[in-house]
Design a protein around this ligand. Structure first.
Ligand code: GUN
Length: 293
């Protein structure tokens, strides 16, 4: 078993971004700027947004978190987005999901200019991803792809099984690995909670990607010997022995699955770290596109 270490992969990306930003600054150009919009006070979202901002500042990017009340209207939120859309110093906009129930997420995503949509959630960016043209790609799947490239994992002709069909992870990673390109060209199955027996699918996977959102759902008897296992889950489970009263686990029963796998991502320390690195990379790409660099 080998670990797919998100720290190593993300540090390589962040180091290279940091030096590119130093070059911009040495030429007297402004640094890229990420606007992160947080609606309400979901504790997990607050943590994610704070760490996104911190990571921006650590590599010399600018970032601002806009905290909005949970009862803001959809129209008011769109107004905040519009201001950043027309602010030429703003390179990227992200609205942390999930949003309160009275706000339609699709309307919000559609309000972000596609060239500032550093989450890659806008239908134009997802459409470009589907047909295989260059675009801003959702950060979690893009991070998984960087991990696959970094560890030189063979994907061509391999059977990738994705568990989970979200617009954020399941559908985009399936589209990335389906492309007729290097480090893709896989045969991809997407399965989900409506399957009578998910293990029928997961046991066939050469590369298993778990994006279900259920703690330790993937057990050892659901995984083929020698499979590559990529765990996208970030779940809090109660743990009285920890100062915070909880710990973070993935969607995979790591302890029992790891000995069977050829490569596996730990949680924490796996996909979560590459997601943030790819967000910063997308912000940098958005800046380059906007400034025609
Ligand atoms: N909520 C969970 N994952 C994400 C993400 O990648 N981007 C945003 N904006 N919200 C999320």
């Amino acid at each position: 078993m080998n670990l797919l270490d998100g720290k190593v992969v993300s540090e390589q990306i962040l180091t290279s971004l940091k030096s590119e930003i130093e070059v911009l600054k040495s030429k007297g150009l402004p640094a890229p700027f990420l606007a992160a919009i947080l609606v309400g006070n979901n504790p997990a979202s607050e943590t994610y947004v704070a760490s996104k901002k911190k990571s921006c500042l650590a590599i010399g990017m600018n970032s601002e978190v806009v905290n909005l009340s949970a009862d803001i209207s959809e129209a008011e939120l769109i107004e905040v987005i519009s201001k950043f859309n027309s602010d030429t110093s703003c390179s990227g906009i992200l609205v942390q999901l999930p949003l309160p129930k009275h706000i339609n997420e699709n309307n919000i995503i559609n309000a972000i200019l596609p060239e500032k949509d550093v989450d890659g959630f806008h239908p134009i960016n997802l459409g470009r991803l589907m047909i295989g043209t260059d675009t801003l790609v959702p950060c979690t799947p893009a991070g998984i792809h960087e991990m696959i490239k970094f560890y030189n994992i063979e994907t061509s002709g391999k059977h990738v099984v994705v568990v989970g069909r979200s617009n954020i992870v399941g559908k985009p990673i399936a589209n990335i690995l389906l492309q007729k390109k290097a480090f893709a060209n896989a045969v991809v199955t997407v399965c989900h909670s409506a399957a009578k027996d998910l293990s029928v699918f997961t046991k066939q996977a050469d590369i298993l990607i778990a994006a279900i959102g259920v703690p330790q759902f993937i057990k050892a008897d659901m995984v083929k010997d020698g499979a590559v296992v990529i765990d996208v889950g970030i779940n809090r489970i109660e743990d009285a022995s920890r100062p915070r009263g909880y710990r973070i686990v993935g969607d995979v029963d790591f302890e029992n699955v790891a000995p069977k796998s050829s490569f596996i991502t730990p949680v924490p320390g796996g996909v979560g770290l590459t997601t943030i690195a790819l967000l910063l990379k997308n912000t940098f790409l958005a800046y380059q596109m906007q400034n025609k660099l």
